[in-house]
Design a protein around this ligand. Structure first.
Ligand SMILES: C[S@@+](CC[C@H](N)C(=O)[O-])C[C@H]1O[C@@H](n2cnc3c(N)ncnc32)[C@H](O)[C@@H]1O
Length: 358
């Protein structure tokens, strides 16, 4: 099986390279309005934003920054198939402007914007990010009443395009083979994720520390990887209109889906290019750790005297539900850079998963 991964170094307020109804899932993290690191970028997109910030008109700046994102949301409605999902990772911002401190609720604003465009909001996820403990003392330290709660979470807002679910032919392999384990469903479909750094080994920023992650505001690979497994099937294409260092595309390769990205900053493409050769190994290690975790789950469940009613078809392991039987993880085996993007060869992850005895 082959997947393709394209990146356009272009402005995603115009997605005219993409046909109508040509992507099945959007997974992205935009620049967060009112976070200072993005002031220059927003001002480049609309110089009135810089003027508003300089004159202390924070509301005008907030509105105008969201207007830049809304131009992208308009395009998503067109390129996403009916019933396709959009997952938007975003955090709120806190800031003092003109001596007044307040929160700028980006998540609420984006929720309204998507609803106004005919998307149906679905239950969202709140994930806890590790923060610097010094940041906990915002405001007046330990004296009431003027200290502020620290923002230690971000949102993954989830929307469906149009009112209807996607339809599949009965027993479609690309859907059944992309199933996730029952215990993964229980963890992934919780509305609070406290373990996003725990599950996949965070290889992607090894050697460069957190500096690059901070400069690029990259999210942990685990966020797009889970969302792609939760909300798309094999054969689908995942779009990230704020591609950054391409974490979404690396997650898509690991999950065996196609991807397409848009990014203004061409230097990030080199970052991706430097790391892409390591992705086959990453995909294998992610697949193996999912299977290892399943094996531990099976052992624990047996120890608890609970049943596992079905046998998986492609791995020597029992599973809890009938829907999991055809699960077939994929690993990337070769990556080839072409003029129009990357072609990736995949094969089924083929390790034997012994049934634990006892
Ligand atoms: C929060 S970062 C995304 C980080 C990415 N998720 C990762 O893991 O590396 C937002 C990115 O969107 C890009 N960007 C902002 N506005 C854009 C636009 N209109 N078109 C294309 N890219 C844009 C920025 O250059 C930045 O790299």
């Amino acid at each position: 099986m082959e997947t393709t991964h394209r990146v356009y170094v272009e402005d995603s307020r115009d997605l005219s390279n993409l046909d109508d109804d040509s992507v099945e899932l959007v997974v992205t993290s935009p620049p967060y309005p009112m976070i200072e690191m993005w002031d220059d970028l927003f001002t480049d997109l609309d110089p009135a934003i810089g003027d508003a910030l300089e004159s202390g008109d924070d509301r005008a700046a907030f509105d105008a920054m969201h207007a830049q994102l809304e131009a992208v949301w308009d395009e998503l409605e067109r390129v996403l198939v009916d019933g396709g999902l959009a997952c938007i990772n975003v955090g709120d911002a806190t800031r003092s402007i003109g001596g007044r401190f307040r929160v700028y609720p980006n998540h609420a604003r984006i929720l309204e914007s998507f609803e106004a465009r005919g998307f149906d909001p679905l239950p969202d996820v709140l994930w806890r990010k590790p923060t610097n403990s010094a940041a906990k003392f915002m405001g007046s330290g330990t004296l009431p009443p003027n200290a502020y709660v620290t923002l230690e979470h971000e949102y993954v807002l989830v929307f469906r395009n149009g009112g209807e679910k996607r339809e599949f032919e009965p027993r479609a392999d690309r859907r059944y083979e992309a199933a996730y384990f029952w215990e993964e469903r229980n963890r992934w479909f919780s509305d609070v994720w406290t373990d996003v750094r725990g599950e996949l080994q965070d290889l992607e920023f090894d050697g460069e520390g957190s500096d690059l992650r901070e400069r690029s505001a990259a999210y942990p690979l685990e966020i797009p990887y889970r969302l792609i497994c939760m909300y798309s099937t094999y054969g689908d294409t995942v779009l990230d209109p704020f591609w950054g260092t391409g974490t979404t595309s690396r997650a898509a390769i690991c999950a065996g889906r196609n991807s397409v990205g848009y990014e203004l900053e061409d230097a990030f493409l080199e970052v991706f290019d430097d790391r892409v050769d390591a992705v086959p190994e990453l995909s294998r290690s992610i697949g193996r750790s999912r299977l290892d975790r399943h094996r531990s789950f099976v052992e624990n469940r047996r120890d608890d005297g609970k049943s596992l009613g079905y046998e998986a078809v492609h791995y020597e392991t029992p599973v809890v539900t009938k829907m999991e039987r055809s699960i077939r993880l994929r690993e990337a085996t070769a990556i080839d850079e072409r003029s129009d993007g990357y072609r990736v060869e995949h094969r089924p992850l083929s390790i034997s998963l012994e049934s634990p005895t006892g």
